[in-house]
Write a protein that binds this ligand. Structure first.
Ligand code: GLN
Ligand code: ZN
Length: 767
């Protein structure tokens, strides 16, 4: 039985890659320094896995931005709009980054490729763009070089590629008249070329990631899978292809997937525990099975006793030479190293002892392998005892349970989730009291997090400044933000979120039941990483969390200041969550906490309150049959948090990077008075769902892509708004950016928002 890994996180334990990329983008370092840093990180991560005893080590799991973008680049799927900009002699990496981030230089103004969430994770990938006459052309340098690099370190390397069908399904047709799956005939030869090169370079194993195999597939998709993998098997009789599935079980696909002529099949036994029995009986003679035992999506220790019994069963049925063990999915979604966490105040050692990060998960794997052997070492046996102890302590710990909270959740009734009156009545009252112009302008909450602001927060944490000095400094930022917003003519203001490191962590820090890490970074997109809090116990709000800042901002202006909260589903979704109770239960606890905050904001005189729920969509289960149940409790939790206020109080919600088509009914059921959404990168396409549904409440389709430093022109935004005004009743229409502005600089923010306000004014004149 061997151990292998599906992918290692790449940003670096201290976010070294983030820093290097950003320095390169801002011209502070040379490309050679960036490339060297990438190489150093790969080497470090590979050697660590080897040292910990992993038999097969993934390569090409490294990326300077995103593994799907890497694949598009490798397959030559570069959209035409980029092709004239970059000459043969320019740096390939510059073209690559331009695809991700847009390009506004040297007289060019090219929009970035779209970005969306990777399955049900908070990782964002760059969506491949497909055209009718789509051609592919191999550019194998990255994949081959990484294999060579690993080989030169004497590693047993397993190149990882996104499988051809998953690659196509991840993309989007950019014009009508074809189906992207039909491109497989042009794509497959490129994969064949790539696999041949890798085989020639000495690759024994290739991992092809096909996570779409866990979803509800159409007949056609299924047929393409069977054809493609048969063709590959024919062409590469000796190459060992490991077909990797994850994030769910194979469900109704189990029997035919097990028949695919690959060397090994990897399955996720954390999310898809139940599939093992069926698989073991469906598995054909020659197929090897990779058991995804160690949770790649969460930070809890593996339960050795349970895993060993699974391993034993698998070995008993098909023999140890046909079994390998692995994490459930790539470790991309877990932080680096728990050993770096030493702060008892934010992560009590009792809680820490229940946890494992990427490095620890790798150790767990080799320990499991050792324990499954005949005569495990003393060290492994001791580790087993320690593991049993940790599992037991988690079951019984007093840190976890709070009767008061558990009872409050039991006592939730339908009334908790209902506003006093329907939207049309509330709308009239709100218009009467807020007196906003047509096309009211607002922003999504955060303003640029400058170095100075971040320094303030870190100084406060380290004790470098007093709480008083901190408060004064943040208040001065708020004051500047308020007067600037008044000056440029925004209608509903925000305080700017300067006191927040992150929209989830900020709340978690003030709620019971949460723990935090110093270096628990997980890549979110490109150079952006997030540090998800850890929900380990019952959640409760003791004191107001945002009221003082918002109330202060409101004293500075007669215009309404919008209170800014993160919604229960998003707090759940962007945290590492308990695995000892249901997600629904945890979310209801959070909903009650946010509800108290909403009530306190209203009491403090705040008339507009936004409850951000950007993560509702990504929380959708991958399996369609599970959607309804999830949406029911998720929407209910939002409503529990939002419904304790008077009709005059206007509740906003915000969502970004979501497709709304298939969940629009639930979005409407949230019954937020105003929803702001991300739409600009898709040219308002995302609005269609709301139009088709005749969405009744107010809506602010984003007119400005905040994920790129590019400043849009006034005309562009005006055109987007006119498009929207034809689709949505104009008294329901708001004008705002796609999302918060915390990742942008002040200069571009000022320019863009002035233009946005002008665009709104231009529309007011027309209507
Ligand atoms: N209010 C948050 C902000 O502006 C919303 C962020 C988000 O939707 N991701 O930063
Ligand atoms: Zn957003």
């Amino acid at each position: 039985m061997i151990t292998h890994n599906l992918g290692y996180p790449r940003i670096g334990a201290k976010r070294e890659l983030k820093r290097a990329c950003e320095q390169y983008w801002s011209g502070k370092i040379d490309i050679s320094v960036l490339l060297e840093e990438g190489k150093r990180l790969r080497r470090e991560h590979w050697l660590l896995q080897k040292e910990k005893g992993i038999d097969l080590i993934p390569t090409n799991d490294f990326s300077f931005y995103d593994q799907v973008l890497d694949m598009s680049y490798t397959l030559g799927a570069v959209p035409k709009r980029f092709s004239n900009v970059f000459l043969e002699e320019s740096q390939p990496l510059d073209l690559y980054f331009a695809m991700a981030r847009g390009y506004q230089k040297n007289g060019f103004d090219i929009t970035a490729m779209e970005m969306t969430k990777w399955f049900d994770t908070n990782y964002h990938y760059i969506v491949p763009e497909f055209y009718k006459d789509q051609q592919f052309k191999l550019n194998a340098i990255k994949v081959v070089d990484e294999l060579k690099e690993a080989k030169s370190l004497n590693l047993e390397a397993k190149p990882v590629l996104i499988g051809p069908i998953t690659y196509l399904l991840l993309g989007k047709e950019k014009e009508e008249g074809f189906n992207r799956l039909d491109l497989i005939n042009r794509l497959l030869p490129i994969y064949v070329e790539l696999l041949s090169l890798l085989e020639a370079e000495g690759a024994e194993w290739i991992q092809l990631d096909e996570p779409f195999l866990v979803t509800n597939l159409s007949e056609k998709e299924k047929e393409v899978y069977i054809e493609v993998y048969n063709a590959l098997a024919k062409r590469f009789p000796t190459l060992k292809i490991m077909l990797a599935t994850y994030f769910e079980g194979l469900h109704e696909n189990t029997s035919w997937v097990a028949q695919l002529p690959v060397h090994a099949l990897h399955v996720d036994l954390v999310r898809g525990k139940k599939q093992l029995n069926e698989l073991l009986s469906a598995i054909p003679e020659k197929l090897q099975l990779s058991l995804g035992l160690v949770d790649g999506r969460n930070i809890w220790k593996n339960n050795f006793e349970q895993s060993l019994s699974i391993i034993e069963k698998a070995i008993g049925t098909i023999g140890s030479d046909r079994i390998s063990i692995a994490p459930s999915c790539s470790l991309l979604h877990t932080p680096f190293d728990l050993d770096n966490e030493t702060d008892e105040a934010t992560l009590p050692s009792e809680v820490k002892n229940w946890m494992a990060f990427a490095k620890q998960k790798i150790e767990e794997l080799s320990l499991l392998a050792e324990l499954a052997r005949e005569n495990p070492s003393e060290k492994a046996k001791n580790a087993f005892e320690a593991n049993k102890f940790a599992m037991k302590s988690k079951l019984t710990s007093r840190l976890i349970h709070d009767k008061k909270v558990e009872n409050a959740v039991k006592e939730i009734t339908i009334d908790h989730a209902k506003r006093n009156n329907p939207f049309n009545i509330r709308q009239a009252l709100q218009h009467g009291s807020l007196k906003l112009p047509l096309f009211p302008t607002t922003t999504i909450g955060s303003f640029p997090q400058t170095k100075e602001v971040r320094l303030l927060r870190s100084q406060l944490k380290k004790g470098g400044i007093t709480a008083n000095a901190y408060e004064t400094a943040i208040k001065s930022e708020i004051q500047k933000a308020i007067s600037w917003q008044e000056q440029i003519g925004l209608d509903v203001l925000v305080h700017g979120e300067f006191e927040r490191n992150d929209m989830v962590e900020y709340f978690g820090e003030q709620l019971n039941g949460f723990a935090f890490t110093k270096f628990g970074w997980v890549q979110s997109y490109g150079s952006r990483a997030v540090k998800p809090p850890i929900i380990y116990g019952d959640v409760d709000r003791i004191d107001p969390m945002t009221v003082a800042w918002t109330e202060y901002a409101q004293t500075l202006t007669d215009l309404p200041v919008k209170g800014m909260l993160t919604g229960p589903v998003t707090i759940l979704q962007w945290s590492f969550v308990r695995n000892d109770q249901s997600r629904e239960e945890t979310t209801n606890q959070i909903a009650l906490a946010i509800r108290k905050e909403v009530q306190d904001l209203e009491l403090a005189g705040i008339k507009v309150i936004q409850i951000d729920e950007p993560a509702i969509r990504e929380g959708l289960p991958l399996r369609k049959e599970a959607w309804k149940n999830y949406l029911d409790w998720a929407i209910r939790a939002f409503r529990i948090s939002a419904s304790a206020v008077n009709d005059e109080t206007q509740i906003h919600t915000h969502m970004c990077y979501s497709e709304f088509n298939d969940i629009i009914e639930s979005i409407a059921a949230m019954d937020a008075d105003v929803i702001t959404i991300e739409t600009s990168r898709s040219q308002m396409e995302l609005l269609d769902a709301f139009v088709d549904f005749k969405y009744p409440n107010e809506i602010g389709p984003g007119v400005y892509d905040i994920h790129s430093p590019r400043v849009p022109s006034e005309k562009e935004m005006e055109a987007l708004l006119e498009k929207a005004a034809l689709l949505i009743p104009i008294r329901n229409l708001w004008v705002n950016p796609d999302c918060g502005l915390k990742t942008r600089g002040w200069k571009e923010t000022d320019k863009a928002l002035v233009k946005m306000v002008n665009a709104a004014k231009a529309l007011r004149e027309k209507y």
